[in-house]
Design a protein around this ligand. Structure first.
Ligand SMILES: *Cc1c(COP(=O)(O)O)cnc(C)c1O
Length: 411
């Protein structure tokens, strides 16, 4: 049995005996093991490899955090917990998943606007880092801390006056529901002082899903400068600085893989700058999609094959309700195909055919692949959508039309 890599975006998955291998298991055998389709499968070895490669590429002093919302499957979070320095959560539900792994609460952080008093109380009681997004959250956290007799561990999330754009930087202060506007942060720091709460750090998230190393480096450098300015003005030490990594993955034809080398060089400079101006500040980078996205696939079975006015449709048991992003987000963007393949028909000699892969929903938006050249497929074959390890199932409207939810496996 020869093993050869698949092209482009799916390069991390191997092929043997005409089948895609997931966790070393041929896809049709994995489908039998799961017992039903559709399903999401996440490859443990690929997750590990991605974290290792990322760490190897970035400065050793940098701390790497996993953003749980990218893939909150408990088994995945458990796996990632052993590999990263921090877990970032965005809800009480994610906080529970993170804490269930046994992770040190001191390195679990909770961000997101509109945290309720109940959520704040849970976070304070658990001893995790609270990324406060408003003065209301600061006041409520202080009150709850008093009631519980536990000092809240507060990181102030800053709404920066810059933005990371996938297509370059868009400058100028923007209005955002996230964080406290940079120019108002000094007031908020004084508020913390008055309430007797020690500042644990600043959190700055410039943006996400960028494939441009220069734009990412620029956003990191600006984040560090902003943090130095805010801490300097307040004349205080900063235990931690938490930056959104912004690292993207290639989804569509023509997109180039992110080159981490210039990002790492810049981060070395950022660390040196921090060390000179604010010795003792630990720099952490948060990433979800980049760490998990390429290690996951979505698998649906062909249940019908139709030809309509010359166009071949493979109708599957999966679709938009399980994988909103691959379907094109309810038609709000110009739809492009995620990389896809017929995972049990991977032999190079097999003839291809131009087909559209659709789901069972009564909407023309339920498309997984539009007019793609795929291996000739028939009923029972397995359609694979790659780049599905982040913002897949948990970011999809599973209740829409009432079909069963897909299975999820970590292999
Ligand atoms: C969602 C989120 C991230 C992770 O974004 P990715 O694109 O998945 O890397 C990081 N930081 C914060 C504050 C977030 O909300």
């Amino acid at each position: 049995m020869s093993t050869k890599p698949v092209h482009a975006a799916m390069h991390q998955f191997a092929v043997a005996g005409g089948e895609l291998l997931v966790g070393g298991i041929p896809l049709s055998r994995l489908a039998l093991r799961v017992g039903r389709t559709p399903f999401y499968a996440y490859d443990r070895a690929l997750l590990t490899q991605r974290v290792r490669d990322t760490r190897a590429a970035l400065p050793a002093a940098l701390r790497l955090h996993f953003s749980v919302k990218a893939n909150p499957m408990p088994a995945v979070v458990q796996h990632m917990a052993a590999l990263v320095d921090g877990l970032d959560v965005a809800s009480a539900g994610e906080m529970k998943t993170a804490l269930d792994t046994g992770f040190d609460p001191a390195h679990v952080s909770f961000a997101g606007p509109g945290k309720t008093p109940a959520e704040l109380a849970q976070a304070i009681a658990a001893g995790i880092l609270l990324n406060v997004e408003s003065d209301r959250e600061i006041d409520t956290a202080a009150r709850i801390g008093d009631e519980l007799g536990i000092a809240p561990r507060v990181v102030v999330r800053v709404n920066p006056d810059f933005e990371l754009k996938g297509s370059g930087m868009r400058m100028g202060g923007g209005a955002k529901p996230f964080g406290i506007d940079a120019e108002r942060v000094p007031d908020s720091l004084r508020r913390l002082d008055a309430l007797g709460i020690a500042l644990q750090g600043l959190h700055i998230f410039g943006g996400s899903q960028s494939l441009k190393a220069d734009a990412i480096a620029d956003s990191h450098a600006r984040g560090v400068e902003l943090a130095l300015q805010l801490a300097g003005e307040a004349g205080r030490a900063l235990p931690g600085l938490y930056l959104g990594a912004g690292f993207g993955i290639p989804y569509f034809p023509g997109e180039q893989r992110l080159d981490l080398a210039p990002v790492a060089d810049n981060l070395e400079r950022c660390l040196a700058r921090l060390d000179a101006a604010l010795p003792g500040t630990r720099l952490s980078l948060e990433s979800g999609r980049y760490l998990a996205g390429e290690a996951g696939i979505y698998v649906a079975r062909v249940v019908d094959r139709k030809v309509s006015r010359g166009q071949v449709f493979l109708v599957t048991d999966g679709g938009l309700h399980h994988h909103l992003a691959a379907s094109g987000n309810f038609g709000q963007v110009i739809r492009k195909n995620y990389p896809a393949a017929i995972g049990n028909r991977m032999d190079a000699a097999r003839a291809t055919e131009n087909v559209s892969v659709v789901g069972p929903l009564c909407t023309p938006l339920d498309v997984l692949a539009e007019r793609m050249d795929l291996a000739q497929a028939d009923i029972g074959d397995l359609v694979v959508v790659f780049q599905s390890g982040a913002y897949g199932l948990s970011a999809s409207p599973t209740a829409f039309l009432g079909h069963p939810a897909p299975a999820e496996v970590l292999v």
